[in-house]
Design a protein around this ligand. Structure first.
Ligand code: ZN
Length: 247
């Protein structure tokens, strides 16, 4: 079984298209989308349309999807996120808003091996930045391989009977690791549409259950075009600027 794992696309059509050019969804058995399909970027409808057209095996909601769909208020958002959420909500078509409103909350077990969540298995809106939180998440998981998003940082953690460690991807190459059967893994594929780990390229992950190969990948994309669209839409300038530095 081949899985393509995408998180935090954030209405960035250029980034999504670049990922799908490198890793066509048709060459995978299962597409998993971990939420925050919209928010921040200038193409919410085109990105939702694209995700819907790919008929993912699993899509769960992110905090930005909830606010854009009117299921939650933007109280916990900073000023920039609030402005972009309002803009997104105003620009979504009724059909796409209804689609986002229909997305289930994580965690979600995809099959016997894999589960997904947006933030953490114990709270869809919690951020996993600290080792303690990663450990807690690994203990809560009901499957040996869990994927999460929300932090926009490509990273992994594993836990065995007597050890815990962090997986830091290579900076210049795609990273491949083999999933050991006596460990649990918690993997963040990184953000497709707004990376914050210092690498502006779109981030994503692939997993092949037959060979147990997990790849953490990056796709260069037309950042300048995504930035121009953000500025032309009248969205906050900082949202364009941060795409250029991946922070
Ligand atoms: Zn996000």
């Amino acid at each position: 079984m081949r899985y393509l794992i995408l998180s935090d696309i954030h209405a960035n059509l250029e980034a999504l298209e670049a990922v799908l050019a490198l890793a066509p969804a048709s060459s995978f058995d299962r597409l998993l989308v971990l939420g925050d399909i919209v928010g921040y970027g200038a193409d919410p409808n085109a990105v939702v349309d694209c995700v819907r057209s790919l008929s993912p095996h699993v899509v769960i909601r992110g905090n930005h999807d909830k606010v854009a769909a009117g299921l939650a208020d933007a109280e916990s958002f900073n000023a920039t996120a609030r402005v972009s959420a309002e803009w997104t909500s105003q620009h979504l078509t009724a059909a796409n808003r209804a689609y986002l409103a229909s997305l289930p909350a994580g965690p979600h077990a995809c099959d016997e091996d894999v589960e997904v969540c947006h933030g953490a298995p114990y709270d869809e809106d919690a951020y996993i930045f600290e080792h303690d939180d990663a450990l807690h998440a690994l203990e809560q998981m009901t499957r040996p391989l869990g994927f999460f998003g929300h932090t926009h940082v490509q990273i992994g953690y594993w836990l065995s009977a007597d050890a815990f460690d962090v997986i830091v991807p290579e900076s210049d190459f795609d990273s491949t690791l083999f999933v050991e059967s006596d460990r649990r893994y918690l993997i963040n594929p990184g953000a497709v549409g707004q990376p914050r780990d210092g690498d502006p390229r779109a981030a994503f992950a692939e997993y092949e259950s037959g060979t147990r190969e997990l790849k953490l990948r990056r796709a260069p994309y037309d950042v300048a075009l995504a930035q121009t669209k953000i500025l032309e839409a009248g969205l906050p300038e900082g949202l364009a600027r941060r795409l250029g530095v991946g922070k």
